[in-house]
Structures are given as structure tokens and as C-alpha cells.
Design a protein around this ligand. Structure first.
Ligand code: AHR
Length: 525
């Protein structure tokens, strides 16, 4: 059988003994896709933080999405809406990044503490020039994290804030002793410090966070990070601003100049279809054809190349792997929904976004030797959201359902998988039609997550598991007849996972038929 390596982009995905999915595309006529998983040994741990989220003071993400205020008719606990928190708890959210994004570098945290009616107002210059009331500040955010049971990832203000301001914030949140900041926290109602696990030293400092060069940012990083102190009992992971998309010069420079003085850096990578990044030209979230679908799949698969490029640089400067790679902003970015406020980045979310999310998450799992945290943008009402709200109404997006299906990988050991699949073709371009990752949890249960990228052709799959004898298999699937299937406030359950039954376990080998444009979870015991 003649096979070709997938070489759509500069690098090739090939199983080479490290923790990655090896993918080969068949040439010629269609064949049965084959997947071989070595279940005898796990490789890297899939850190739960790979399934992280991001909330910014942008549009209706925080206000309306989380914060409705204590006096709202919408059921809430201390001002935070209950329906959203309850839905998000089902995702086992490991970490939440806040308060931005671009907003972070103009946020002054002292405006967001103390009695709410006395908090100063500011203009949110990045996002719609709306008035920010500061009603949702440090205490409200950390209360939310406690409700969700997740770690906090604070993005510090480096672009327009001072070193002293950042140092004070850390002392305010994490110092247990007698100090001005710790006592101010107590005055505001919180006796004990919070545990802050992650602090970002700025956000997109190559752009909205100060338009810096990587060399200049490296010095600025070192200065600010010095004062992100570990008070007794606290251990903060310091995160530097990483590159935008392809800008590997930024990665190279910060690895050279900051190196192991940072614990991690955060790459950002947003995707769209054939549109441009211009306002109003990114393409519609719901109204698209198959060429647009294909382009999104191709652009999403490209994250694999970006991670490889980052890894090459990181391996050169940090062969012992002390600096982690985060993808702390990613996801689909479409034109704002017609009729919604400009600058609020509100978009619908279809099955296409769901398949893209599955590719992202499989890729992160497969690179979990270096990729330790990822934060999809954003959690509510902005970009590739989990949840959309309309006053008291709320719906779960297809992307939410992917996160719910994939949560089984959190904390599990990555298994090496080798996939040989048919190509998915458009013009002269060919992509692998399937995308996969697999893991084994502490109880020995194996989970395989697959995406069928082809929107018209179902995939016959034979899956061989090496090193275990499968006794039982269960499956769940997310799919629909239409590429643009999505949930609305009128039909909030139009797209949701169903039981997957199109498989058979025969002599230890699994035979399955994956519907076109689908995401499938297989659980094997
Ligand atoms: O997620 C929206 C914006 O995208 C963030 O504020 C910024 O960091 C990025 O450019």
C-alpha cells in the first residue's frame, strides 16, 4: 500500500518515538483508515491546564457572562450567575486567565477593590470604548475561581502599569503576614490570602501591551518578574509574553534573553477561514461554504507546526525542558454577529468551531511533553465561547461539548498513536481527514478522541490496541447534517453529543465508522 507523509505545511507529522501522533495519508483510492495505539506505556502527562480558559473585560464576557450583580433577578451567588457557573463546573475547568488580553495592560487593580459604589470608572479603550465600572475586580474574580474549583492565572499590567503596582497586587493577594497590602485585603473582607498559581508578566507586549521589541520586552520582563515575589507558602509560575502566530524571532529572542528566568511563555494563535484579519472580513461564523470549512481545518492543523517551531527553539536554549510552552490565547475568530455592538467580538459557534477545537486539543495533548497550559478565547460571549447568554437565557455551544467530551484526558498519560488515513482534498491541497489523540488514566481506562475533518465522507476506521485486551468500549459523538449547525436561544440543544454506536469490537480490534464532520470519544476498558 503506497502512503505519503502529510506535508501540507513546512514540517511533517511523523511518529518518531516521542509523544506525538504520527499521521500518514494514503495516496490513491480510498482505504480503511488504521490507527495503532500503544497502550502499554504512557508518555507525557496531559496537564489538566491544557483545558484552561480565558475571561477578559471585553464585551459581555465578564459583565452579563459572569457578573450580574447581587440585586439581579438572574439567580446568582454574590453577584455571579449560577447557571453559567453550574454549566462550567461540568467541564472541570483547571485554570482561568483574567483580566485580559489587551485589557490587562491598562487595568489598574486598585480600582477594582473596596466598596463597589466607590470604585472609579475607566474607559475600556480596546473594546468598544465602553465604561468599565470595576464592579468585577480581584475579590470577585477569585471568588469565581473558588466556585469553579480552578486555579487563577492573573495577567499583570506591564504596558501601562508600574512595577510597584504589580508587586503590591501580588502582596495583596498572597501575603499572610502583617503588611499594608495584606491588611488592605483584610479590610476588604478577605482574611486569608489566596493561592495564585500563575502570573503573566504582560500580554501581547509586541502589540497592544506596549508595542515593544523582544529585546526590550526581555529586559522589562526581568524587571517586573523580579518583584512577583513568592511570599511564604506561595509558589508562582511566571509567564512571559510569547510570540504572535509565526513570529519565531520573538520566541528566539526571549529564550535567548530571558531563558530559564521565566517558567513559561505564552504563544497566541487565532484561526479563521479564507478571510483576512481586517475588520468585517474574517468571514461569517455561520454562513460559509466548504472552501471556508477546509481553510479553517488547514489553519487549525497548522498549530502543530507552530508548536514544533517553538519546541525547536526552546530545546536549543533549554534542553532540560524547564521552560514550558503555553498557548494562552487561541481559537476561531469570525466577524462579529450582525447587529451586535462593535468591539464586543460576539460570534456564533457551529459544528465547524467544534471540529477545530477538537484538532487544537488533540494537538495540545500530542505535544504535552512541552505544552502545559492552553486557554481558549474566550469563555463567555466572546470569540470561540463555551457559553452564550441573552439576559436570563444561556446556551452551551458546540465547542463547550468538545471540552466536555475531552475532559477525560485531563491528568492522563499520553499514548503514542500512529494513524494512516485518507486525504481530505480541496483543489491541490490535501489534509489528513482524521485527527486523533489517546490517553490512559490512572484507573487504566483508555480514551481516544477523533475528529473527522471531512464534511461529506464518513471514515471507516480499524483501531488496534497494543499492550491491552479491550473488554468493553463505549462511545459518544458530536455531529450534524449541516456544517453550520449551531445552538440558538430558541433551540439550545440542536447540537449536543449523542451515544456513538457505529463500532464493533472483534478479536481485540475495534472497527468503527466515524460520521463525516464529527468529533468522537471512545472509552475503552
Ligand atoms: O481575545 C481577544 C484579544 O486577542 C485579546 O485581548 C488579545 O490578547 C488578543 O489580541
Amino acid at each position: 500500500m503506497k502512503m505519503v507523509r502529510w506535508a501540507v505545511f513546512a514540517s511533517i507529522i511523523a511518529g518518531v518515538g516521542v509523544a506525538m501522533a504520527g499521521t500518514t495519508i494514503y495516496s490513491g483510492s480510498e482505504k480503511v483508515n488504521t490507527l495503532v495505539i500503544d497502550a502499554s506505556r504512557g508518555t507525557s502527562t496531559i496537564e489538566p491546564e491544557i483545558y484552561g480558559h480565558f475571561a477578559e473585560h471585553l464585551g459581555r464576557c465578564v459583565y452579563e457572562g459572569f457578573w450580574v450583580g447581587e440585586d439581579s433577578a438572574i439567580p446568582n451567588v454574590r453577584g455571579i450567575r449560577t447557571d453559567v457557573v453550574e454549566a462550567l463546573k461540568k467541564l472541570n475547568i483547571p485554570v482561568l486567565r483574567w483580566p485580559g488580553g489587551c485589557f490587562a495592560d491598562e487595568y489598574h487593580w486598585k480600582d477594582g477593590i473596596g466598596p463597589r459604589d466607590k470604585r472609579p470608572k475607566m474607559v475600556n479603550t480596546h473594546w468598544g470604548m465602553v465604561t468599565e465600572t470595576n464592579a468585577f475586580g480581584t475579590h470577585e474574580f477569585l471568588d469565581l475561581c473558588e466556585m469553579l474549583g480552578c486555579e487563577a492565572y492573573i495577567a499583570g499590567n506591564v504596558g501601562s502599569g508600574t512595577v510597584e503596582e504589580l508587586q503590591d497586587w501580588i502582596e495583596y493577594m498572597t501575603f499572610d503576614g502583617d503588611s499594608e497590602m495584606a491588611n488592605l485585603r483584610r479590610t476588604n473582607g478577605r482574611e486569608k490570602p489566596w493561592k495564585i498559581k500563575y502570573v503573566g508578566v504582560g500580554n501581547e507586549n509586541w502589540g497592544c501591551g506596549g508595542n515593544m521589541t523582544p529585546e526590550y520586552y526581555s529586559d522589562v520582563y526581568k524587571r517586573y518578574a523580579t518583584y512577583v515575589r513568592n511570599y511564604p507558602g506561595s509558589r508562582i509560575t511566571r509567564v512571559a509574553c510569547g510570540p504572535n502566530g509565526e513570529d519565531m524571532k520573538w520566541a528566539e529572542s526571549i529564550m535567548k534573553n530571558i531563558g530559564t528566568r521565566m517558567d513559561a511563555y505564552g504563544q497566541h494563535y487565532y484561526v479563521r477561514g479564507l478571510g483576512s484579519w481586517d475588520q468585517g472580513k474574517k468571514g461569517s461564523a455561520t454562513n460559509f461554504d466548504e472552501r471556508e470549512w477546509f481553510a479553517l481545518m488547514k489553519n487549525t492543523l497548522h498549530v502543530d507546526n507552530l508548536i514544533r517551531e517553538n519546541k525547536k527553539i526552546m530545546d536549543r536554549y533549554d534542553p532540560r525542558g524547564r521552560v514550558d510552552l503555553y498557548i494562552d490565547e487561541y481559537g476561531t475568530w469570525w466577524d462579529e454577529e450582525p447587529g451586535t455592538k462593535g468591539g464586543f467580538l460576539y460570534q456564533q459557534n457551529t459544528l465547524r468551531d467544534a471540529v477545530s477545537a477538537a484538532i487544537y486539543l488533540n494537538t495540545f495533548n500530542n505535544h504535552s511533553d512541552r505544552v502545559k497550559m492552553c486557554n481558549i478565547a474566550q469563555i463567555n460571549n466572546v470569540l470561540q465561547a463555551m457559553i452564550l447568554t441573552d439576559k436570563e437565557k444561556m446556551l452551551l455551544t458546540p465547542t463547550y461539548h468538545v471540552f466536555e467530551l475531552f475532559k477525560v484526558h485531563q491528568g492522563a498519560a499520553l499514548l503514542v498513536s500512529e494513524l494512516a488515513c485518507n486525504g481530505y482534498q480541496s483543489g491541490n491541497d490535501t489534509l489528513p481527514s482524521l485527527n486523533v489523540s489517546a490517553s490512559k488514566n490512572k484507573a487504566g481506562v483508555i480514551h481516544i478522541t477523533l475528529a473527522n475533518l471531512d464534511p461529506t465522507v464518513p471514515a471507516e476506521l480499524t483501531c488496534e490496541l497494543k499492550g491491552v485486551t479491550a473488554k468493553s468500549v463505549r462511545g459518544r459523538v458530536l455531529t450534524d447534517e449541516k456544517m453550520n449547525a449551531h445552538n440558538t436561544f430558541e433551540k439550545p440543544d440542536a447540537v449536543k453529543p449523542a451515544e456513538f454506536k457505529a463500532f464493533e469490537l472483534k478479536d481485540g480490534t475495534l472497527h468503527a465508522t466515524l460520521p463525516s464532520k464529527s468529533v468522537v470519544l471512545l472509552t475503552i476498558e
